[in-house]
Write a protein that binds this ligand. Structure first.
Ligand code: 5GP
Ligand code: ZN
Length: 112
């Protein structure tokens, strides 16, 4: 499958890994929008959160479970923001489910 994040998970494309377990991979965003900007993804390819269903919800739960672990690893004791973009209107540019973890500073612009 021609998927950028599957290639990063496989190691075919290099990344700066911050966390990994059997189900989850987390790495630094190449174009950070905050002092800390990490992407947390399921190792299994899922297009976006819009595809959540009984067949993949355990993999998605593993990603969510990893978020506080990654945040702690990144020293985000003062808080952080989690974002997942979906589709065209949501501004999703990579079609492999990912949660952005942003922090390390007071974040600007609250949309929600
Ligand atoms: P989206 O726009 O789909 O929500 O987020 C995709 C994110 O992937 C963007 O923040 C972008 O900077 C990041 N990204 C795109 N290509 C690469 C890459 O090759 N390596 C890494 N580490 N991040 C990438
Ligand atoms: Zn993928």
């Amino acid at each position: 499958m021609d998927c950028l994040f599957c290639k990063i998970i496989n190691g075919d494309i290099p990344s700066t890994k911050v966390y990994e377990n059997e189900y989850v991979f987390a790495f630094k965003d190449i174009n950070p929008n905050a002092k800390v900007h990490v992407l947390v993804v399921p190792k299994k390819h899922i297009d976006s959160i819009d595809c959540a269903d009984p067949s993949n919800i355990c993999d998605i739960a593993k990603v969510i479970e990893a978020i506080p672990v990654v945040a702690k690893e990144c020293g985000l004791a003062n808080g952080y923001r989690v974002i997942t973009n979906v589709g065209e209107d949501g501004g999703q540019s990579v079609k492999h489910l990912h949660f952005h973890i942003l922090g390390g500073e007071k974040l600007p612009v609250k949309l929600a």
